[in-house]
Design a protein around this ligand. Sequence first.
Ligand SMILES: [Zn+2]
Length: 270
Amino acid sequence: MTQWRYDRLTWPEMNTAIARKPQPVVALAIGAVEDHGLHLPLSTDNDILESVLAECGRQAGGDLLVLPTIPFGLDEHHMDFPGVIAIDIETTLAYLSQAAISVARHGFTHILIVNGHGSNQSVCDLAARKCVLATGAICAATTVNAAVDPALVADVLAAERKGGPGSVGHACEYETAMMLHAQPGLVQMDKAERDIGQLKLKYFNWDHPAPSAYAWQDWWSRFSRNGVCGDAAAATPEFGRRMFEVTVQRFVELVREFQAIAVKPRVDHH
Ligand SMILES: [Zn+2]
């Protein structure tokens, strides 16, 4: 099997990967260590990222190289829950962008920052932008966690979730189901709760996949009893398997689409 772990290559093998045509896409994941209700471990975001990206790496036949996950992100707003690791905006942006820029400096032209934790999203967008501006590489931000942003799998999520409106948010029907599929030994299903405390207003909507007209992130202990936002009790391993498989299949497609984007020369019109 072709090696898909970026850091498991030797440096001469790295040169071979860089010279390969088409060149592999490099995935740089960033997650979080944060509360996920009474029933899921703090590693949930990282577990979902790593299980999905490992399977994508295996299936991509050399078109995807996956870096080790950056395990911590922007999490001050969860600090009322024991164990959470919070890194500030500036440090997260600097660390993440410097990792992406390092990859580009070796000659990789297509880099995907893969976010596993909602509040990292704007930082991931800016880190990708910094990498493009600093190196000319094609660097974009995306996610494989539908509770962060369901764009990749919104149709399946909407059609097949069982918990109804508000069921998908955080430590929710979706994340619990993904863990029941990927890491069943880490799920204490007897403690899984339904807690839909997030606001649903005319222009603000925390439920996925429906969009919201404004972005706002409150302190979590103000609206969630135990760190759940959604209906964790509705999760099943079957839903998790379905979401996992469709995510892997579409993300590999996304990688190949992204890989084919041409790196065009800039034009100085002065
Ligand atoms: Zn999560």
